[in-house]
Write a protein that binds this ligand. Structure first.
Ligand code: HEC
Ligand code: HEC
Length: 454
């Protein structure tokens, strides 16, 4: 059975030979440009196309709203609350101080040097909502896009992927610095931001589709349970506002980096990265696009999604689908960041690797270097030794093996989907007990240093 393969290889190599010779100008002179083979030209074209996609995808990730202003402005009127009465909206408006306090970040590179200097010198009035509008005009509020009319009045706001999946490095001041794309914003209080919208009735009506009527005050209570760094994407599908034990039903905003090679995305493995990108752009951000997933017709699991037809959305024009390829490519280009210098003990981490791959058998699921399974990277709640609440809110009924590289970029709100383990020590203790590993205290400590090194 080797023969056909060999024949193909021979054919290919002779084709390469032919094309290389064909490129040589008659007379045998070999200028560098003329010597470029077709194979090399193909490689260059592929690299150029790849770079184009990555750049276009970065723009989508950072700056695209997919037309979601229709929801955030048209329905919720969030623009009016941000502007405040003094600037043609309603209420006190969103001051920069409050914006930073609810975790919004400012991209210093979008600001003129003079403004950056004024911020450092403390000459910018952080209590004036008009300053927030100036930042929005400069496209400097990460993840939030403002549209202004000729008179400078804010007429619309929309949200972008970067709202939740980017932060900044605080290089100018707390919350103000260079963008770090893919890093989850651990400070962002989505619930608090949504809560200031003047018209939350449509959201209350949506959640009421699950059964009992939910009024706006109740909705605000639920939004208040999320807290910083968390969001509940599923409540808009199933109406489950709280866990059965009364706790928050929100999950941690995960990183959007380090996902190349990872099969299923999200804590509960809803689908691939590009599946989830389409899901979020349409169903969570309320962009104007096309989305298909008949699993959402399951009225027992997703009463709201089934009634609202979320699995069968179309829009004309479609402002999502044409952007998915570039967005996907950009996300896969985001490597997990290396941990800061000096943030872990190297010798202990090296020993910890031995524990991870040896007696603790972590690598049986977190397979290096992906740190998730090549293949179907899902496990049942029972296998993980945790409750099934969040898993049952997904079509998979399972938890996805979380890729572990870059943990240092998201260690402030706990670990596992809902942040239930405050520290990596707690995670290791859980595994030691659940799997009956019998690790010594020293092995556990080494394991933690290894996790910090990834
Ligand atoms: C309001 C905050 C928010 C916004 C905006 C948002 N996401 Fe997310 N994203 C989340 C949360 C929360 C999850 C986890 C959901 C879950 O597992 O239930 C998530 C999960 C993901 C994942 C899976 C990560 C993994 O570890 O598998 C990817 C990829 C992702 N989002 C990309 C995007 C893209 C692309 C956009 C813009 C189209 C976007 N997100 C907009 C909050 C957000
Ligand atoms: C049976 C497969 C399996 C084994 C074995 C396993 N894990 Fe996990 N791991 C998972 C899954 C699934 C999750 C996601 C749990 C969740 O989201 O609630 C996870 C999550 C984690 C997290 C949290 C990541 C985050 O972003 O919050 C850490 C840290 C971790 N595992 C470390 C380890 C260590 C250390 C070991 C060995 C002692 C280990 N795991 C063994 C499947 C496994």
């Amino acid at each position: 059975m080797r023969a056909p393969h060999t024949a193909v290889t021979l054919l290919l190599s002779s084709l390469t030979f032919l094309s290389t010779t064909a490129c040589r100008p008659a007379g045998g002179s070999s200028s560098a440009a003329a010597a470029v083979s077709d194979a090399e030209l193909d490689a260059r074209r592929a690299a150029e196309e790849d770079q184009r996609l990555v750049r276009a995808g970065r723009d989508v990730f950072r700056y695209d709203t997919f037309g979601d202003e229709a929801f955030w402005t048209g329905t919720l009127q969030l623009d009016r609350a941000i502007a405040g009465e003094a600037n043609g909206g309603v209420g006190p408006g969103l001051s920069p101080r409050t914006a930073l306090a609810v975790g919004l970040k400012v991209d210093r590179d979008a600001l003129p040097h003079k403004v950056q200097e004024a911020i450092v010198a403390g000459q910018v009035d952080l209590d004036d909502p008009a300053v927030t509008l100036t930042l929005l005009k400069a496209d400097a509020v990460v993840g939030l896009k403002g549209t202004f009319d000729g008179a400078g009045k804010l007429t619309a706001v929309g949200i972008q992927c970067a709202l939740c999946h980017s932060t900044v490095n605080d290089s100018l001041a707390g919350g103000i610095g260079r963008r770090l794309d893919g890093w989850p914003n651990q400070d962002l209080n989505v619930g608090a931001i949504v809560s200031i919208a003047p018209n939350l009735q449509p959201v209350a009506d949506l959640i009421s589709l699950a059964g009992p009527t939910v009024d706006v005050p109740t909705l605000k209570t639920v939004l208040g349970t999320w807290g910083p760094g968390k969001y509940d994407a599923s409540v808009f599908l199933d109406g489950k506002a709280l866990r059965p034990d009364g706790g928050s039903a929100a999950v941690l905003i995960p990183p959007a980096f380090g996902l190349a090679g990872v099969n299923l995305a999200t804590w509960t493995g809803w689908g691939s990265v590009t599946y989830w990108n389409a899901f979020v752009a349409n169903l969570e951000m309320h962009g104007q696009g096309t989305f298909y997933d008949p699993r959402l017709d399951d009225a027992a699991r997703f009463p709201i999604a089934a009634r609202a037809g979320f699995g069968h959305l179309t829009a004309s024009p479609d402002l999502v689908t044409p952007k998915l390829a570039a967005l996907h490519r950009y996300q896969l280009s985001l490597a997990a960041p290396r941990p800061p210098e000096g943030s872990f003990d190297r010798a202990a981490a090296a020993r910890g690797r031995g524990v991870f791959e040896g007696p603790a058998a972590c690598a049986r699921c977190h397979v290096p270097p992906l740190f998730t399974e090549p293949g179907l990277n899902l496990h049942s709640p029972a296998e993980m030794g945790i409750d099934d609440f969040q898993a049952q809110r997904s079509p998979t009924g399972a938890y996805r093996t979380a890729p572990l590289a870059g943990l240092s970029a998201h260690s402030r709100r706990g670990f596992f989907h809902d942040g239930r383990f405050a520290t990596l020590d707690d995670v290791v203790k859980h595994y030691d007990g659940h799997f009956g590993l019998g690790l010594t205290a020293a092995q556990q400590a080494d394991l933690v240093e290894y996790l910090k090194s990834l």
